[in-house]
Design a protein around this ligand. Structure first.
Ligand SMILES: Cc1ncc(COP(=O)(O)O)c(C=O)c1O
Length: 459
């Protein structure tokens, strides 16, 4: 066993059975689903790596906290426990719950983004980007070049390009840039972290130009752990201290707590600025609910308050990041082409390098996804030629993204290392007989977000 191998830092108290179907059953089920993973029933999946969002297992402390949930409409104890937890981590005193991350995004964008504005960031998440665009704003992705190179082993591929950030501020000025948004970790390039050095410099630029700096903190604890492990000068600091240093560089944050909140639903915003919080509260009242619950049940706010404590425990993070790295290592050692280095929440297989004989218009990453389901009952998510193809409205032709990736997202505290070995063995077997795999064609697709509801057939 390798010296850095870590076993699960928990034992199992309650079990949820998972059902193994036969290969024949799965061939029928996936065909019926139009070869689209979103149309499979969860009960027909053995290992579900579709997403890490809202799929965490809660701790005994979180379940116990739920029993203390205070369901008062206004001023519940649960809200104040959540507010205290958020404030103690971020230092931001004005906290507003929301039912999930995108609801928080909508409130912030509705207040701050106007037609023609530009919002620079490392790489905005899809719903964040959509809310900016709905308000007439232009999202600007200013990730460092290494962040887009799947073979680069740069330790902080989630960094924002500081030169490009200054350029954007010089060109557009304070009036056209409502805020800067840094997403930690950066989901859209594989859960890659931003360094504290980079965040501090971005904070300094934001103050110099008088433009606020916000964070999208869906996976902030994973980002802090990477800083602790990889950045010089932070190995002796606790993850909580690192988090405080990050938040001190900015003015507010939005969170989808379905990730590092270790809960199945929820979100929040937190700000330094009282007037901004007041405006957000007004919008919350008509969209989400009274500001002391904002779309969340009291018991769920209690589970989140406790989840925010659990997620900062070093033993939790060591295992969490170690488990993702373990799966990546098993694949790498067998020669499977993956995005390097593995990020915080997922391992990404490079579809084009895995299946060079299948052109992008035949969806190589999706072919791997379908084969993994048929062979092992494993559900994964294509993030490539299906999800990110762009249609030319005049010609109807599609242009495909540079990367055709298959994401193996690891839910938090759900699967054991032996599940990872099971997954790896199926990926490796498939890689050995990759020449046998054939491409897919699209037979139905909607006009927006086609990956959720499209249907395919084998060629
Ligand atoms: C970085 C990031 N921001 C925002 C969101 C949106 O959060 P939610 O799914 O809770 O609406 C997600 C969801 O995956 C995300 O990864």
């Amino acid at each position: 066993m390798p010296a850095d191998f870590l076993a699960e830092p928990y034992k199992i108290k309650m079990v949820e059975p998972i059902r193994m179907t036969s290969r024949e059953e799965r061939e029928g089920l996936i065909k019926e689903a139009g070869y689209n993973m979103f149309f499979l029933r969860a009960e027909d999946v053995y290992i579900d790596l579709l997403t890490d969002s809202g799929t965490s297992a809660m701790s005994q402390e979180q379940w116990a906290a739920m029993m203390l949930g205070d369901e008062a409409y206004a001023g519940s104890r649960s809200f104040y426990r959540l507010k205290d937890a958020v404030e103690s981590i971020t230092g931001y005193p004005y906290v507003l719950p929301a039912h999930q991350g995108r609801a928080a995004e909508k409130i912030v964008m509705d207040i701050l983004v106007r037609e023609g504005m530009v919002i620079p960031g490392n790489m905005h998440f899809d719903t964040t980007r959509a809310h900016m665009q709905l308000r007439g704003g232009k999202p600007l992705d200013l990730i460092v070049p290494e962040g887009l190179d799947p073979t680069s082993s740069h330790p902080f591929k989630g960094n924002i390009d500081l030169e490009k950030l200054e350029n954007a501020l010089n060109i557009h000025g304070k009036e056209k840039v409502p805020f800067i948004l840094i997403t930690i970790t950066c989901n859209n390039n594989g859960g890659q972290p931003a360094s504290l050095g980079n965040i501090k410099s971005a904070g300094e630029i934001s103050r110099r130009y008088g433009v606020p700096l916000f964070f999208d903190i869906a996976r902030f604890a994973e980002n802090c752990f990477f800083i602790h492990m990889r950045e010089e000068g932070y190995g002796q600091k606790t993850v909580r201290e690192i988090a405080r240093e990050i938040f001190a560089c900015g003015d507010g944050c939005m969170m989808s707590s379905k990730k590092d909140g270790l809960v199945n639903m929820g979100g929040f915003m937190a700000f330094n600025d009282r007037p901004l919080h007041e405006q957000a509260c007004q919008l919350s009242i008509i969209n989400e609910g009274f500001p002391t619950y904002g779309g969340m049940a009291g018991r769920d706010m209690d589970a989140l308050a406790r989840g925010l404590e659990d997620v900062l425990e070093l033993s939790y993070l060591q295992f969490r990041i170690g488990q993702v790295a373990y799966l990546a290592r098993l694949l790498r050692e067998a020669g499977v082409p993956i995005v390097e280095p593995s990020g915080g929440h997922a391992v990404y297989i490079d579809g084009r390098r895995f299946l060079p004989h299948i052109p992008q218009e035949q969806f190589p990453a999706q072919v791997i996804s379908v084969a993994l389901y048929i062979e092992g009952g494993i559900r994964t998510l294509e993030l490539g030629s299906i999800a990110f193809a762009e249609k030319d409205e005049k010609t109807g032709a599609y242009s495909y993204p540079q990367l055709d990736l298959l994401r193996l997202a690891i839910p938090r505290r759900v699967y054991t290392n032996s599940h990872m070995e099971y997954v790896a063995s199926h990926v490796i077997d498939l890689y050995k007989r990759r020449e046998d795999l054939k491409g897919l064609k699209m037979v139905y697709q909607p006009s927006v977000a086609r990956h959720f509801t499209c249907r395919m057939e084998f060629l």
